[in-house]
Unconditional design. Structure first.
Length: 446
């Protein structure tokens, strides 16, 4: 799930590429990567003036709007632009350990510095970025944490509408208590290092484009102390993911296109599981999909296909069947954006005794511009994770409400509530929880 800081416009351009990648290409859960970004960096200068027939930018979603009076101005550093930012806020959680058997509430101070340095123009874009997350709890100091992520990415034009993109990032991160593979008896949250790299190219003509991409992600966990004073061996979660994508797309008009996509993945675990069990797996997906933008009222990218994941874990059947991933946005007017998302995919797992699971569910989000500088959002959804190798099925409902004030002096304030839950009728080693979280953040940027 790792991603670099960037503008909403930049994320929109990456949307069509990211959808067919499916599972097995992102990082593990991490506080730094899960929480919403509030620093708004302007979009990078275009590396070409040509307009793509596959662009889906006729309407900008409410949550992605770049208000000139609010977005960062930046500092000129030679041929580069520097965009620094700092978020200071607070967090209240009603279930600190994500365990209903030992509920504890607490509040924390959260500090998040961030900076992006990138080229200011030319037939290429190159940026270096870094961000951090520091949390200090009022009562339970064992949950204090600090995370950091840094990297570089670039894109160079090789034709009017074609380009090569590459990037690498490294992070020292925290596996939050609510993560599926967080040990119930750990005295501290798990720490892990993530190294991710990718290389891709887009070759586009008048009405056809081909997208190729390869990703590699390496995860390395640190052993952690248990409540009883012993040491938990958690390095059995160490693994390397390899992923590849081929997507061939044909535009019927500026409003709609159809595509075929294929994915490959391979998961290599560094250590054998308890009992010398092999947990490696490999898989593929074949999809047909469509990307469309209908009369500025609805925009979407939806794909359906067949997924297959083979596990080397003895006695574990392969996952095979429907694969789906889609996003549909509806714009009834300029003040509202409704976003529906659905997914059925295969994810790799750090949970002992299993090598993967089926992740399926859907969510709905509504964003409303109350005033020109005030945005309100509400979202909810339900997902299920069905594991292979152990008797475990997680039910994961969530809901959230937030409000963001965008200042004309390039700062913002955000207040949010989020409900997280996991319910599992499995063995006693897996914690079920309900957690109510309140966050408040003030972000300064230049």
């Amino acid at each position: 799930m790792s991603r670099a800081p960037g503008s909403p416009a930049k994320r929109r351009r990456a949307w069509h590429l990211a959808l067919p990648l499916g599972a097995l290409c992102g990082g593990a859960d991490a506080q730094l990567l899960q929480d919403p970004q509030t620093v708004v960096v302007p979009p990078p200068p275009p590396i070409t003036t040509a307009h793509s027939i596959f662009a889906r930018d006729s309407t900008i979603p409410v949550a992605d709007r770049m208000l000139p009076a609010f977005s960062a101005q930046g500092l000129s550093v030679g041929n580069f632009d520097l965009y620094p930012g700092l978020t200071i806020g607070g967090l209240y959680t009603s279930n600190l350990y994500a365990d209903n058997d030992r509920k504890r509430s607490d509040a924390a101070l959260v500090i998040r510095p961030q900076a992006t340095l990138r080229t200011s123009g030319g037939p290429y874009v190159f940026s270096v970025y870094g961000q951090g997350d520091i949390r200090r709890y009022a009562t339970h100091g064992s949950e204090n944490s600090q995370e950091g992520l840094g990297g570089a990415e670039g894109s160079v034009a090789i034709g009017p509408l074609s380009s090569i993109t590459a990037g690498v990032n490294y992070g020292t991160l925290i596996d939050p208590r609510y993560a599926s593979d967080s040990p119930k008896d750990a005295a501290h949250p798990l720490q892990f290092d993530q190294l991710n790299g990718y290389l891709g190219t887009t070759i586009e003509g008048a009405s056809t484009r081909v997208i190729l991409r390869a990703d590699v992600t390496r995860l390395r966990f640190s052993d952690t102390p248990a409540y009883d004073g012993s040491t938990l061996f958690t390095r059995d979660r160490d693994r390397t993911r390899y992923g590849g994508l081929v997507r061939v797309e044909r535009a019927l008009s500026p409003a709609i296109s159809f595509y075929a996509a294929g994915t490959l993945n391979k998961i290599d675990y560094r250590y054998l599981a308890t009992g010398n069990l092999q947990r490696d797996s490999w898989g593929y997906g074949a999809y047909l999909g469509s990307s469309f933008d209908v009369t500025r009222l609805a925009r979407g990218d939806i794909r359906l296909g067949y997924i297959h994941q083979t596990f080397q874990l003895p006695g574990v059947d392969a996952i095979a069947g429907l694969g789906a991933l889609g996003t549909l946005q509806f714009f009834p007017n300029q003040l509202w954006t409704f976003t529906a998302q659905g997914e059925r995919s295969v994810q790799d797992s750090g949970v002992p005794g299993t090598a993967g699971y089926v992740h399926a569910g859907a969510s709905l989000r509504a964003d409303h511009e109350l005033r020109r500088y005030i945005i309100a959002s509400v979202a909810g959804g339900y997902f299920e994770d069905s594991y292979r190798g152990i008797d475990r099925r997680d039910r994961l409902p969530f809901a959230e409400v937030s409000g963001t004030y965008l200042s004309r002096d390039h700062w913002n304030a955000r207040l949010g509530y989020r409900f997280l839950s996991r319910h599992c009728g499995c063995n006693s080693g897996i914690a079920s929880f309900d957690d109510h979280r309140i966050t408040a953040a003030l972000t300064f940027q230049y």
